[in-house]
Design a protein around this ligand. Structure first.
Ligand code: G
Ligand code: G
Ligand code: MN
Ligand code: NA
Length: 253
């Protein structure tokens, strides 16, 4: 309960912050970032792993999610003024409770329109559990937002109860290979085969493949050799405060 009160206070007092982790292409060029929320509490930096689950349980994830969308749009507005940043895409994580709100679409489009953000710069990351929670509603909402110019990434792909059949039905632009598979590339032959197969499937479906949790040169080379298009992980950069986010080419080859 203390934590719940603290989270209310954090929202009211502006203690949340976005950190950004770069997403690069095979040449190491930064093409975008994933926004990851951080809580600068009076006792220090708190990881989302420590408060997102409670926020989900209590429903606080809804106003927190609204804050994330607004903060992401504010960043995109800043970037639009800077020729070095104007082309970047920003991905935000959306939780199930947030996505299922009856006014989710109005909230996002309202923010985008009132701030005059280019919707093509904003990507929404959904997990398999969000999608499968109500597949009809998911497809309807995704279609409306896609029409408006937003794009979607399937986060943590392969870790949930995924059914390959829905991949064909969802208006997805990107598939994010979960870091657990990436981690096992060198040590576990089955993981390597899964990663190869998922990249191939995404490419054949014309869905952009992105690997997360890329930590080593070996992982990067393997993924690149098998046709993965984008890369995210400590090898290229850790999540950093938005004001420290760097563009350009990371680990050039
Ligand atoms: O670095 P990392 O600790 O940021 O994130 C931990 C977990 O918290 C990840 O599963 C990530 O998806 C989730 N997360 C980070 N930021 C957000 C956010 O803005 N909204 C939601 N719903 N989850 C987030
Ligand atoms: O669940 P989601 O994929 O949205 O969250 C991404 C999480 O992965 C965040 O907690 C982020 O800090 C973390 N992360 C990003 N890159 C790496 C990496 O290379 N290694 C590890 N161990 N974690 C990473
Ligand atoms: Mn994510
Ligand atoms: Na993920």
């Amino acid at each position: 309960l203390q934590l719940e009160n603290d989270l209310h206070k954090a929202l009211a007092e502006g203690q949340f912050k976005l950190h950004l982790q770069p997403q690069v292409n095979a040449a190491g060029e930064v093409l975008g970032a994933e926004a990851l929320i951080r809580w600068l509490s009076p006792n220090g930096l708190v990881s989302p792993l420590q408060f997102i689950p409670l926020a989900e349980e209590t429903g606080l994830i809804v106003p927190i999610g609204c804050w994330v969308i607004e903060a992401a749009c504010d960043l995109l507005l800043e970037w639009a003024q800077d020729p070095r940043m104007a082309h970047l895409q920003l991905a935000v994580n959306v939780s199930a409770k947030q996505f299922r709100q009856h006014d989710f679409i109005e909230q996002i489009l309202g923010t985008i329109i009132s701030k005059q953000v280019n919707p093509e710069r904003l990507k929404l990351e959904l997990t398999e559990s969000v999608v499968l929670d109500d597949i009809e509603d998911t497809i309807n909402k995704m279609n409306v937002l896609k029409e408006a110019g937003l794009s979607f990434s399937m986060d943590d792909f392969g870790t949930g109860y995924s059914s390959l059949s829905y991949l064909a039905e969802l208006p997805l632009q990107q598939l994010k290979i979960d870091q657990s598979f990436v981690r096992g590339i060198s040590s576990n032959p089955i993981n390597a085969i899964i990663v190869q197969t998922v990249i191939g499937m995404a490419n054949n479906l014309d869905i952009e493949s992105i690997a997360e949790g890329v930590e080593t040169e070996t992982q990067f080379q393997f993924l690149k050799a098998h046709g993965c298009k984008l890369f995210q992980g400590y090898y290229f950069g850790r999540p950093v405060p938005a004001e420290n986010f760097q563009v350009g080419t990371l680990h050039p080859i």
